[in-house]
Unconditional design. Sequence first.
Length: 318
Amino acid sequence: MSNIVLQLSSDVQNRVKTYYASSIIERNAPGVVFAAKLPDTAITVYKSGKVMFQGSGATREASRWGEVNAVSSQTAAKTTSNQPIKTKGDTLPENFATYSVLGSDETGTGDYFGPVTVAAVYVPKDKIELIYELGVKDSKMLNDQIMLKIAPDIMAVCPYSILTLRNDKYNAIQAKGYSQGKIKAMLHNQALKHVLAKIEPEKPEYILIDQFAERNIYYNHIKNEKEIVRENVLFSTKAEQLHVAVAAASILARYAFLKEMDRLSKSVGVNLQKGASGKVDEMAARIWLEHGEEKLKSISKWHFANTEKARKLLNKKK
Ligand code: MG
């Protein structure tokens, strides 16, 4: 099956919608503004202006609206340079980028404000090309605006799970003695479990976790969980450069983080600073003064050193 994605102007998008109006179908997927189905081609128009053509007639239909480039099969080469990436962790099978993989990644762990989020995404081999076409690549090469735009497209195309661990819950379990490593491991295990349940009876050829702890430590963290995902699990650092499933997971985790940061920012009337710098201390002190300790606690990772620094700043202000 062939997948082609074109980025079309709103003018051309409107012509697309009119042209396929008689074949319109209902599709309640996120980011989708129009969908139509011909006997051999599915046409999907996304809010982002991307239009996707899927099926054996994809080339024919797509070429009515834009230039269809021959798509290279060397997908891995698009995210990786010619130089081998130095990673730690498992040695991956050759041509790993071409396998059906369930990948997971997290974000927010180093930010004083906001949640920890973990996402897992399943990209079967027949969707790898499409995910690249949607613009998914190493999230370090993408800015927040682009990730907010791409995330709904990923969610429309691939089975996924996103977990947002809000600050109140984070602080509660952290106070019980859970390390960040344990919290992350539990969330990764859960997100992977959710996606495996969604795609059943299909199974990924491999699961790749962006490594934050070595295998033994990871499994030690989750040894008391009811269900532990172990089958075909690989660990590697820089995993988002090794398979597009992890790159996609990283984008969804970031998306969820940004959405929650947005919500929290509105609740205190300032744009919350990311990271854990001195700027964060200043902002925390101000929020403490204006909204009180409980409010600050409810939007932050309370055990970070920033809390004590903010307390000192606050005492100076008083
Ligand atoms: Mg990571």
